[in-house]
Ligand binder design. Structure first.
Ligand code: G6P
Length: 453
């Protein structure tokens, strides 16, 4: 079995003394795939992303079961930043501000050629590594062309592809140049089986194929709603570093206050700014909560090579500061914003959460919505965007919001804060059980079995 993804399970940095330090890779995809360890005998093919990674490839350092591809840095940058994250991510999350963007010009075509080169490097490496008849599980929008390319090189393989993002509806997908739209779909349709996180995304893909590619052909489609990893989280969230951060966080929050928690990458689709505006609206509309609640907002750096992400991060910080200046008192800081990644501190916040705020504009699944109810010490209420994939499974016990409507979101926060302790704990229990219906190991094996069937 082989797995292919842009970001792999490990990344390297070069320390001052020249030695290589390794660190676990981040993001939804890597957590989802964490179930496959070296003991599975699987080979994970991924990109070298940093100078440290490239150095590791050069020195032949690496983990068993992982092969990093040293794709030239400029080709990778054009494919990953220029196409995957700025075009395909934007299309599937419907993030374009359409009066000005996108513009598919000659520069776009140049980057697209890099995206093809980068996909071809994966297809060739997989073709080289795979045993006769092996199963290959290709991941995400970075690698949409791989199934088709690999099919040509190795018709004997079982090829699967899984999308960890939403899929755009045909009216939006139609923004892509026609030949590119067809190329993406045909690339994907090179797979025997395509997986999506929800029925909604699978249906959107099917609709795109009907409109642009003459239908699905022989490719089968499956839905696998990745769940939270209960075993890992329950243990990890009680380790010492988390307990230590709970003490610090409690001090920052102050005695006897409720907490509204959010933890995200600083990602445009996560809708962090509107979340802050909704919190401000809550303090305006329900002044009884002033000094009695704190919004713990962790927004970790992501895709900082892209200017829009840097600007967005600055805007998040600006709005948080404005709220603190306007409402804060000597003993109360209304928003605790942290921008530096710290997994143990995220888990500490999960444990202290009374309310989890998950309000993305669009999200493939959103694992935070599934993790907080599972980990929170006293049970938390969940304010959840109807545009998150997780809403399909958690909608019944969450408080649903339209992510654009900050007045409604403010009311939802008020309702969540006002739930009685018992009601909240019961809902949280039901949320946690829905959230863990398909743990990562099962999620992965289901796909593998379906692909082999
Ligand atoms: C999304 C994608 C994942 C990716 C994650 C982090 O969840 O679907 O494939 O791992 O974002 O993004 P990054 O660009 O940091 O790999």
């Amino acid at each position: 079995m082989l797995v292919a993804s842009n970001r792999g399970p490990v990344s390297y940095t070069v320390a001052d003394d020249g030695s290589l330090r390794s660190k676990r890779g981040g993001g939804g995809l890597v957590s989802g795939l964490s179930a496959i360890g070296p003991e599975s005998g699987a080979l994970w093919v991924c990109s070298a992303l940093s100078d440290g990674d490239r150095e590791a490839v050069r020195r032949g350092v690496g983990e068993d079961g992982v092969r990093m591809l040293d794709i030239p840095a400029d080709v990778h940058a054009d494919a990953y930043n220029g196409i995957a994250n700025s075009v395909l991510w934007f299309v599937h999350h419907m993030l374009y501000q359409t009066p000005l963007e996108p513009v598919f010009d000659a520069e776009f075509r140049r980057r697209w050629a890099s995206y093809e080169t980068y996909n071809r490097a994966f297809a060739e490496a997989l073709a080289e590594e795979a045993a006769e008849g092996a199963a290959v599980l290709v991941q995400d929008y970075h690698l949409t062309l791989v199934p088709g390319m690999l099919r040509e090189l190795r018709p004997d393989l079982r090829i699967g592809h899984f999308s960890h993002t939403p899929w755009a509806p045909p009216e939006y997908f139609a923004m892509l140049p026609d030949d590119i739209a067809r190329q993406v779909l045909r690339g994907m349709l090179g797979a025997d089986r395509l997986g999506f996180l929800t029925r909604r995304w699978a249906d959107a893909f099917t609709a795109c194929c009907e409109r642009f590619a003459g239908g699905l052909g022989d490719t089968r489609i499956g839905v696998h709603g990745l769940g939270a990893d209960a075993d890992f989280l329950r243990v990890r969230s009680h380790e010492r570093d988390v307990e230590e951060r709970i003490v610090t966080l409690r001090e920052e929050i102050g005695e006897g206050r409720r907490t509204i928690v959010r933890v995200d990458r600083t990602e445009l689709s996560k809708n962090i700014v509107r979340g802050l505006l909704a919190y401000r609206q809550l303090l305006d509309d329900h002044p009884e909560w002033r000094e009695r609640v704190v919004h713990v907002a962790f927004a970790y750096p992501s895709r900082q090579d892209l200017a829009v992400y840097r600007d967005y991060t600055a805007e998040v910080a600006r709005v948080a500061e404005e709220i603190n200046e306007r409402y804060g008192t000597p003993g109360w800081r209304p928003v605790l914003l942290h921008l530096k990644d710290d997994f143990a501190r995220s888990l500490a916040a999960y444990r202290l959460a009374d309310v989890a705020l998950v309000n993305p504009i669009r999200d493939g699944m959103n694992l935070v919505a599934k993790e907080v109810p599972l980990v929170s010490d006293t049970g938390c209420a969940l304010v959840l965007s109807r545009e998150a994939g997780a809403h399909e499974e958690l909608g019944e016990d969450a408080i649903t919001v339209n992510p654009y409507d900050v007045v409604q979101t403010a009311e939802a926060l008020h309702e969540a804060l006002s739930l009685g302790a018992e009601e909240r704990a019961e809902r949280s229990k039901r949320l946690a059980s829905a959230a863990t219906a398909l743990p990562p190991s099962r999620w992965f094996l289901d796909q593998l079995e379906a692909l082999r069937a």
